[in-house]
Design a protein around this ligand. Structure first.
Ligand SMILES: Nc1ncnc2c1ncn2[C@@H]1O[C@H](COP(=O)(O)OP(=O)(O)O)[C@@H](O)[C@H]1O
Ligand SMILES: [Mg+2]
Length: 379
């Protein structure tokens, strides 16, 4: 104990050991090569609901749900016989079984040692329940956001469609009027009947035009839900949302947010949708790059404006599409819809702001947007 315990006597270090084990936040379990529990600390009791005397001397299987319960002895035997490690020295996420029959996720790391010539295994158990709940909540939030995004893609499509249909409808109405005028001079016996039919066609035509106008009004008049918000808080939430499903080790995220930003008047869901879109694009752009660095910045270049910058270390924006980048259906992705940036620009402009792209000085792309602090509303 000399190196580890310093000047401690063996009695002292015994006390120290016990204190460490019993005050540890994480569960600590020691088992022998047969899987029998030799040590089970207070944190374990909190995790599993069993007291130490109910577990010590028992096979550790009792703390595992099926199918692990049944397999565990086999794992141990195989490891002792072959040295083939599945978890020892590595650690992984596993599932624990509580006394009340419920299960919970935990991270288990296992070390191996010898005690009085017997092989022992030391497990450290870290409860992941809360983290998992957090991840699930994020996933739900993202689904909501994706849903909102799809709705707004549909909304945009409907609006574009309404606009496109208006023109041929107007033209056809004009042709019908011209035909009716032509008929007035005709002495044909069937002219009156034809005129009547043309009139009906014109009425149906007008009706279709009205339906389309109402649809456009409905889509375009959707009142956004704006309020004075903390931009940085929205940025943080958007980062969490934008990176769901991205492995932590895969992308280095650098966040540089200016302190003391004034509150900004915006629709939080919409602005987060913009940021999530930009971040997802950035992550997608970096897929085949050597460096994976996503940088998100906020600052207030002038008192009446805030600016957000999302930059990446990807290949930069493809020259061929640079000019139409913000138009609907511009995409270089096999499964891309090409609506993301068009929607983003629409949202930012409806807030009285501006969205644009620039090359990232260190390589890659930057997407930046500015929002007026007062959201373009009158004082
Ligand atoms: N960070 C970026 N780096 C390089 N190119 C980008 C980046 N963001 C967007 N682009 C380009 O703009 C196109 C349009 O993006 P977007 O409107 O979001 O549609 P989608 O992601 O469905 O392709 C992308 O296909 C891509 O070519
Ligand atoms: Mg996109």
């Amino acid at each position: 104990m000399d190196q580890a315990g310093g000047n401690l006597t063996s009695a002292d270090s015994d006390v120290l050991f016990r204190t460490v084990v019993s005050t540890a936040v994480d569960g600590i379990i020691v088992i022998d090569a047969k899987g029998r529990v030799l040590l089970y600390n207070e944190a374990c009791a909190r995790l599993f609901g069993y007291e130490a005397d109910e577990v010590i001397g028992q096979n550790i299987r009792m703390l595992m749900p099926e199918p692990y319960r049944e397999q565990h002895d086999g794992y141990l035997d195989r490891y002792v016989a072959t040295g083939e490690a599945r978890i020892i020295g590595i650690g992984r996420e596993v599932v624990g079984l509580r006394e009340d029959g419920s299960t919970f996720p935990m991270y288990l790391s296992v070390g191996e040692g010898w005690l009085d010539g017997e092989r022992i295994f030391l497990g450290i158990l870290h409860d992941l329940t809360e983290r998992k709940m957090h991840e699930r909540r994020l996933q739900e939030l993202q689904n909501d956001l994706l849903h909102a995004m799809r709705l707004s893609v549909t909304g945009q499509l409907a609006s574009a469609l309404a606009h496109e249909l208006n023109q041929p409808l107007t033209a056809s109405l004009n042709y019908l009027s011209a035909a009716r005028r032509g008929l007035q001079a005709s002495a044909e016996p069937s002219a009156a009947r034809i005129n009547e039919l043309l009139e009906k066609a014109a009425a149906q035509n007008a009706r279709a035009g009205q339906i389309i106008r109402r649809l456009r009004e409905f889509i375009e008049k959707k009142e956004p839900n704006r309020a004075f918000e903390d931009l940085n808080a929205s940025v943080y939430e958007a980062i969490a949302l934008g990176l769901v499903g991205v492995d932590e080790g895969d992308v280095e995220v650098v966040v540089k947010l200016a302190r003391d930003l004034t509150p900004v008047f915006f629709d939080k869901i919409q602005i987060q949708q913009v940021m999530v879109n930009l971040m997802r694009n950035a992550v997608e752009a970096m897929q085949n790059s050597a460096r994976h660095q996503l940088t998100v910045m906020s600052f207030q270049p002038v008192p009446e404006m805030v600016e957000v910058v999302v930059s990446d270390t990807g290949p930069g924006v493809n020259e061929d599409i640079r000019r139409s980048l913000f138009h609907p259906f511009t995409t270089t992705k096999e499964k891309g819809l090409g609506m993301g940036l068009a929607i983003c620009r629409g949202i930012i402009e409806s807030h009285g702001g501006r969205l644009w792209t620039e090359p990232n000085p260190g390589g890659g792309a930057q997407f930046r947007f500015r929002l007026p602090v007062r959201g373009g509303q009158e004082d």
